[in-house]
Ligand binder design. Structure first.
Ligand SMILES: *Cc1c(COP(=O)(O)O)cnc(C)c1O
Length: 354
């Protein structure tokens, strides 16, 4: 992946670089203003945090434990470290964020835990692949496979269906693997699947979930949702030790109240997904470019020739190249509108005609 997409050209107000490039939605900003008015106890002992935790529990219809942390890397790596000892291994897709984008944080916080990246079409793992990886070795010379981390929606914008998740969780059960979901874009997956959070958790039998809000309209503050009481007791210490226990916790927690009120999280996700769908439809009509994966969440991956990419960049469009030199990721934020797609596609068609 190329990181230096921000060249010298002036960039557009809204872009396709990442759903963390967009701002926060007005409802979130207004609740931050509200919680700014009075003093409140620190470290999560305040009413804003309690209300936000309750709202997450209501959403999952479960007596789960909720921990707010600053970002997704902390959520993932600390959740996984809580599940594993130093000699354990975590299975995940080879393109997963925990494997490729966290600078080894899961291994670091696990004190040596090994992350093992597996193959799978369109960034999804199959029950068979997991079964095979969990049973490949059982000698002391190889780390003991203890956990599985699944990304939902995946890094290439696909989503696991409930039946797939059931098959995977059965394989995990057979081999006593803990299950973690990286839900940086869980909202987009739920919007696509049209199932309740409870249905998804019950199909996946997740022990812990990293639930993202940053890409869904908040400035920061993801949630670790733990469905196992014993893990939750341990997690509280992990979070503090890792420097992720915010003293002014209400600023991480309050955005969740706004997002979960009136299902704003879901309408933001639906907006992002529908922009991605529009983009996919328009791109599919252009013979010179090729859409690479099924569009299921809020991104479209498309092969664009390098020369054409350069023309688009010069016109202020931002996007990352994820696969080889031409596999571009067009990531759609909650705040994009149809006109952004129209403008991009017009510029793309023009660039192709040069
Ligand atoms: C964005 C993202 C995260 C969180 O990353 P941070 O930058 O640490 O907040 C985690 N997983 C996936 C799949 C992501 O796309």
């Amino acid at each position: 992946m190329t990181r230096d997409i921000f060249g010298d050209s002036p960039v557009r107000e809204r872009n396709f670089a990442s759903d963390n490039n967009s701002g926060s939605c007005p409802e979130v900003l207004s609740i931050l203003e509200e919680c700014n008015h009075h003093h409140a106890p620190g470290y999560g002992d305040d009413d804003w945090t309690k209300r936000a935790e309750d709202k997450v529990r209501d959403l999952f219809e479960a007596d789960c434990s909720v921990f707010f942390v600053f970002n997704g890397t902390a959520a993932n790596s600390l959740a996984l470290a809580t599940m594993c000892r130093s000699y354990h291994a975590i299975l995940c897709h080879r393109m997963s964020h925990v494997q490729t984008d966290e600078c080894g944080a899961p291994e670091f916080f696990g004190g040596g835990t090994k992350v093992i990246g597996l193959e799978g079409k369109a960034c999804r793992l199959s029950a068979e692949t997991i079964e095979e990886a969990a049973t490949r070795r059982d000698d002391v010379h190889f780390p003991k496979v203890k956990a599985l981390s699944l990304t939902q929606a995946t890094e290439v914008g696909t989503a696991y269906g409930l039946d797939e998740l059931r098959g995977i969780s059965e394989a995990c059960d057979r081999h006593d693997l803990r299950i973690h979901l990286d839900g940086a874009r869980l909202a987009n997956a739920l919007a696509k699947l049209e199932v309740s959070p409870k249905e998804l958790i019950s199909a996946s039998k997740a022990d812990a979930l990293s639930f993202g809000s940053t890409k869904n309209g908040s400035p920061m503050g993801d949630a670790v949702v733990i469905f196992d009481k014993e893990l939750a007791r341990e997690f509280a210490f992990r979070r503090k030790q890792a420097g992720q226990l915010a003293s002014k916790m209400r600023y991480l927690a309050a955005p969740w109240i706004a997002l979960l009120e009136n299902d704003l999280w879901l309408s933001n996700a639906n907006q992002a997904n529908s922009i991605a769908e529009q983009l996919k439809i328009e791109l599919s009509a252009i013979p010179e470019v090729k859409v690479l994966f099924p569009r299921e969440a809020n991104s479209v991956f498309v092969d664009i020739p390098e020369k054409v990419q350069a023309v688009l960049r010069a016109k202020g469009w931002l996007f990352y190249v994820f696969i080889g030199k031409t596999g571009c990721r067009l990531m759609c934020s909650w705040d994009l509108v149809s006109q952004d797609v129209e403008d991009f596609v017009t510029d793309l068609r023009e660039a192709l005609a040069l």
